[in-house]
Structures are given as C-alpha cells and as structure tokens.
Design a protein around this ligand. Sequence first.
Ligand code: FAD
Length: 305
Amino acid sequence: MTIQVHDTLIIGGGPGGLTAAIYLRRFRRETIVIDKGRSRLDLIPVTHNFPGFPDGIKGFQLLDNLRCQLGNYGGEVTEGEVTALRKEGDLFVAEYDGGQLRARTVLLATGIADAGLPIENWREAVAAGAVRLCPVCDGFDVLDKRIAIVSSDTNPVGHALFMRTFSSSVTLFERDEVRLDGEQRRKLEAANVRYVLAPLKGITMSEDMTPILHTADDEAHHFDVVYPMLGEAARSDLAQELGARTGNCMELEVDEHQRTTVPGLYAVGDVVKGLNQISVAAGQAAVAATAIHNALPRQFRASPR
Ligand SMILES: Cc1cc2nc3c(=O)[nH]c(=O)nc-3n(C[C@H](O)[C@H](O)[C@H](O)COP(=O)(O)OP(=O)(O)OC[C@H]3O[C@@H](n4cnc5c(N)ncnc54)[C@H](O)[C@@H]3O)c2cc1C
C-alpha cells in the first residue's frame, strides 16, 4: 500500500492558513488544511481595517469567503486537531483526531490563545462591541467613547496612552498582579489618563451590554467599552516540540521567507512574532506559500492534447 505524502500540511484554518492554501492550490500543490475551529476572525463583529471592504466585513463572512475561494481551486478544510508533529527523515508526520498524515513541508498558522477573560458570556460581549481585544484593530471605531483599559503585565500603561488618541475619556485599571510605579503614573497624568488605584476585582455586563468594572473598594465603574489587555500566548507548542526557536509569549521566530528554525517548517499569522492583524497574516501567507512552492521539486506540466 502506498502512503500518500502531501506537499504541504497547513495546521490552522484562519486567514493565515487559508490564504496560504489558496496560493498553494493555485501553484498546483497537493495541500491539506486541518483546523479545529474558532479562528479569531470568527470573533470579529465587523472589521473596518481590512483593505478592499469600504463598509467593513463581518469576521465570519470573511472566513466563509476565504473557504469558498479555496474551494474554487479544489481545496477544503478538514476539521480536526493536530496533536503531535514529528520528523521522520525528510518527511513530517502529524497525528490528528482523524489519523496520521505525512507531508514534505508544514505551515503552522495556529494563531494565539487569548488569556481567559474574567467576564461571564464574554463572547456575547465581544460580539456586541462592549468588550474589545485589539486597540490597533478598532480604536477608530470607539472615538470619544468612555473607555476602560485593564493593565497588562507586558505593557502596563502603553495601551491606555495609545487609546488616549481616540478619546479624552480613558481610564486605566490596575490589577493585584500589575501595580503601577511612579514613572508610569506620571506618564498617565501628563496625558490626562485617569487611573483607578483600588485593584480590579471583576467585570460584569449591564442589561444593555455595557461594561461595569468592580474594584476592591466595592466601587462599580461604568463605561461604554473595555479593553481587558490580559495577554495572550502563541499556539506554537507543535513547533517547539520540533525545536523551533520562540521569543516573547511563545511567538515563533521566522526569517524573511517565514521559515522557522526547523527546516521545512514555516509559520504565519498571530503565531509568529509581529503585529497580529488579518492583513499581516495574509501577507505572510503569500510569502510563505511562494517560498514553499519554490523549495519543493518542480512539477513540469505535460503539454495539452
Ligand atoms: C475581537 C477581535 C477583533 C479583531 N479585529 C481585527 C480587525 O478589525 N482587523 C484585523 O486585522 N485583525 C483583527 N483581529 C485580529 C485577527 O483576528 C487575527 O490577527 C487573525 O485572525 C490571525 O489569523 P491567524 O490565521 O494567524 O490565526 P486565527 O485566525 O486565530 O486562526 C488559527 C486557527 O488555527 C486553529 N488551530 C490552532 N491549533 C490547532 C491545531 N493544533 N490543530 C488544528 N487547528 C488548530 C484554530 O482553531 C484557528 O481556527 C481581531 C481579533 C479579535 C479577537
């Protein structure tokens, strides 16, 4: 029995993985996409900064469009989770809940996991635009709103200062784990950003879906939107098991062709170091797919009869 060997296994069916799959199918490469669902794209109520959609586009609609475009070239997404990846000689061997498969190259587009939000029904709150996770994505969409920011470990005051360019009403909440020092407080005061000293204890949503932030002194603070910047971790474990190098938040290091430090293993999108944006994921996917195509043996086409 001959075992099928794919040109490329793509792990992750978000905008990064799907764009790479479209390119590779159009390069006539035998490609398989395995995806366990829940792309971050699916969480976006409407994105207004992805080029080519003057009125914006809903995240799930863009995801559907990409799948449909892949289908036009004979590609599809296989549902499943890749649980292990190893190398046997020059080939990659992946275990997933549908079995085992082999590929000459692997492209990892597994994205990031957001830190768990301490908010009941947070998906509904994100869908309503009351809880937001990406200041770069939608700062413009909350111009002049009352904005709350929850301080992050890695960038305690940066997000609040960034959002201050969109509204004069920005308030930063400290957490037990992240207390501001004198220098950080001076930066906030100079920019007219309020900060709340009593640490944040929790966030609830009002009946009309606006956030209420509760602090340790039993105060309830009402806002139009909240950005709980609690951090994220890149889903790079499969690559790390193969020895790929990572940096902050487990993000993969790649070169200018999106190659990780493991030969034959490429990575794109949120899982790599860089700006977490749809257009970045798509751009990196174009680069990676072209590099993969050029690295694989050429398939000269027979002349048509
Ligand atoms: C609320 C919100 C709003 C946003 N707004 C914008 C915006 O307006 N503009 C913008 O540019 N960006 C926005 N973003 C960011 C954008 O969604 C991401 O940058 C983009 O989705 C990254 O694409 P990706 O393909 O790298 O990862 P993802 O879209 O996260 O896709 C990764 C996929 O890989 C799958 N996967 C992971 N591990 C495995 C495994 N082991 N096996 C199989 N499958 C696996 C996941 O289930 C997922 O489906 C927003 C994000 C959020 C959360």
